[in-house]
Design a protein. Structure first.
Length: 248
């Protein structure tokens, strides 16, 4: 490389930490969360899940292993910071979360009846900034809403994951990180559709940890392998609904 090339690269890096070459992964502007999956981490800007940013996980249907993909990252959150489950496809399963060492007191389950209300809640949660993670299931959010949510996320350090249908892969999005998830037996196939860096075409095959046994039992769980959001909760173990201060 010429002296001019070296000085130009150095100058670009010095102008702003978010600048990167198209052939290189971008650097993160803040610490993120370890993914717990080394094969995935080395292909993500900053080497982990970003904070204060919209991350899209696209899947054909819930229950492919998406929750176990996120478990190692969610475990890094302090217990005082809530994990918000916004508009999941089914009621959260408290036993599955407890079996993975997440107390019910850390979970906030919000299930608005209208899509517009869910979008409003997501924006307020991100702006409030007190929650550690927001997991939001949304069918077809308008492009304008995605831009607003990404902007709101940048104001804080919440880990923001939006679950969308795989069909959304063909649509544009302001999200800097988009992953397409497919089942692959005891593994999860992950295709990086978009990242701040060079295009990555080859799917990653990530091993999934075996499901934890049912809470209170020493035997393997008889529930489905991905039972985080697929059954009704017992009355004694309902996740908390949002406090008025959070929704205001």
């Amino acid at each position: 490389m010429s002296a001019f090339g070296i000085s130009s690269a150095t100058a670009h890096a010095a102008i702003h930490p978010l600048l990167w070459r198209g052939s290189q992964l971008a650097r993160a502007n803040r610490p993120g969360l370890e993914t717990g999956h080394p094969d995935l981490s080395r292909h993500l800007p900053g080497g982990g899940w970003p904070l204060g940013s919209l991350t899209e996980l696209l899947l054909a249907q819930p229950g492919l292993g998406e929750m176990r993909l996120l478990l190692p990252a969610l475990r890094q959150l302090p217990a005082r910071r809530s994990i918000v489950l916004l508009h999941p496809p089914h009621a959260p399963c408290a036993q599955a979360w407890l079996a993975h060492r997440f107390p019910a007191s850390q979970l906030l389950w919000i299930d608005p009846s209208q899509a517009a209300d869910a979008l409003w809640a997501a924006e307020r949660i991100l702006q409030h900034g007190s929650c550690g993670a927001l997991l939001y299931w949304s069918a077809r959010p308008p492009a304008s809403a995605l831009r607003r949510l990404h902007l709101a996320a940048q104001a804080g350090d919440t880990a923001f994951f939006m679950f969308r249908h795989a069909d959304a892969a063909r649509a544009s999005s302001p999200s800097p990180l988009r992953l397409l998830l497919r089942p692959a037996g005891d593994h999860l196939s992950v295709t990086i559709l978009k990242r701040r860096g060079p295009h990555h075409e080859t799917p990653l095959l990530l091993p999934l940890a075996p499901p934890a046994p049912a809470f209170g039992s020493g035997q393997p769980s008889s529930e489905p392998r991905h039972a985080f959001v697929d059954q009704r909760l017992p009355d004694a173990a309902q996740p908390r609904r949002p406090e008025p201060a959070l929704a205001g």
